[in-house]
Design a protein around this ligand. Structure first.
Ligand code: SF4
Ligand SMILES: [Zn+2]
Ligand SMILES: [Zn+2]
Length: 306
């Protein structure tokens, strides 16, 4: 099989584009896809200071690498979640990558700052680990971006991630979440930072190929809490559909953005945002969900220990 661009030996075939690429043409293709997404969705400008959320996995390190290569001003942000052996290994990969590339990196340890790891939050509140983790990540990413004077927060969600989220939201008719599925979200309050997902035109297979071809040493291990997650089942189902009909995943997600999302606009809860009485972050309630979770965890833990 030959590269459709330069006729060198192909290393990857992308059936949904009905094409194949050699190493160099594939790397260029990936970077152009990201640039195209950034421009069409008005995600970033070269003046932006971009905080890149990096877990250490293939997607987030691909994102950081590509944004840097495209000339954006980036700083990595890693959160130490305190999940068994998974978290120290993830941190090691992120720090090694940042050091090798000479990229600036901010690391926040949830346990050091708030006295609780993700498993401890799950133990001391009614939240399951992924819920406590997701809330902590969203909170810390926004807080760090605001505090550090970053204008945009970029995350490494790929096409498989956003298509499976769409699948789940449609199954359960989560209409407000459907309305909020935009690839780039403007800040709607002075205490919120703009967010964007520049990898949504790339599949998981493509970000994996990019990391391997660039020789990026990423954290391969899945978080133990991901096992059995419904999002993995949705991804599997979408991959089966994609296998039978190449391109269906892309048309499902981008078709929804173009033709479906606006139908749910009226379902957005327009509750006024205000500042949390404890931490000052944006919230619709007196005290934000993160501060309430931490307060509950402290109270439960002290009851347990007394
Ligand atoms: S799978 Fe792990 S890293 Fe992902 S949200 Fe759940 S606890 Fe957090
Ligand atoms: Zn080529
Ligand atoms: Zn708060």
């Amino acid at each position: 099989m030959k590269c459709r661009i330069c006729t060198e030996k192909a290393v990857i075939e992308t059936r949904r584009h009905n094409t194949a690429f050699c190493k160099e043409c594939f790397l260029t293709h990936v970077e152009r896809q990201v640039q195209k997404t950034i421009e069409s969705e008005k995600m970033l400008s070269k003046e932006d200071r971009v905080l890149v959320a990096v877990s250490g996995g293939k997607d987030s390190l691909t994102l950081w690498e590509v944004l840097h290569r495209l000339g954006y001003q980036t700083t990595g942000f890693h959160i130490v979640l305190g999940i068994g052996d998974y978290s120290p290994a993830a941190r090691e990969k992120v720090e090694a990558y940042a050091e090798k590339q000479g990229f600036p990196l901010i690391v926040t340890d949830l346990n050091e700052e708030y006295d609780f790891t993700v498993p401890e939050l799950a133990l001391n509140t009614p939240r399951v680990p992924c819920s406590a983790c997701g809330l902590s990540k969203r909170y810390l990413m926004n807080r760090t971006a605001l505090g550090g004077g970053f204008s945009v927060l970029a995350t490494g969600h790929n096409l498989d991630d956003v298509a499976s989220t769409l699948f789940g939201n449609l199954f359960h008719w989560h209409t407000e979440q459907l309305a909020r599925m935009e690839p780039s979200r403007q800040a709607t309050h002075p205490k919120l930072v703009k967010t964007c997902k520049p990898l949504i035109r790339l599949t998981e297979r493509e970000t994996l190929a990019y990391t391997l071809l660039r020789g990026i040493d990423y954290h391969e291990e899945e978080c133990p809490n991901a096992e059995g997650a419904t999002s993995l089942l949705y991804k599997d189902l979408l991959n089966q559909l994609e296998h039978a009909s190449p391109g269906v995943k892309q048309s499902f997600y981008f078709g929804f953005l173009k033709k479906g999302r606006s139908a749910f606009a009226a379902d957005v809860n327009g509750a006024d945002l205000r500042e949390c009485e404890v931490c000052g972050q944006a919230t619709t309630t007196e005290v934000c969900a993160f501060c309430r979770m931490m307060d509950q965890a402290h109270r439960t833990a002290s009851r347990r220990n007394s």
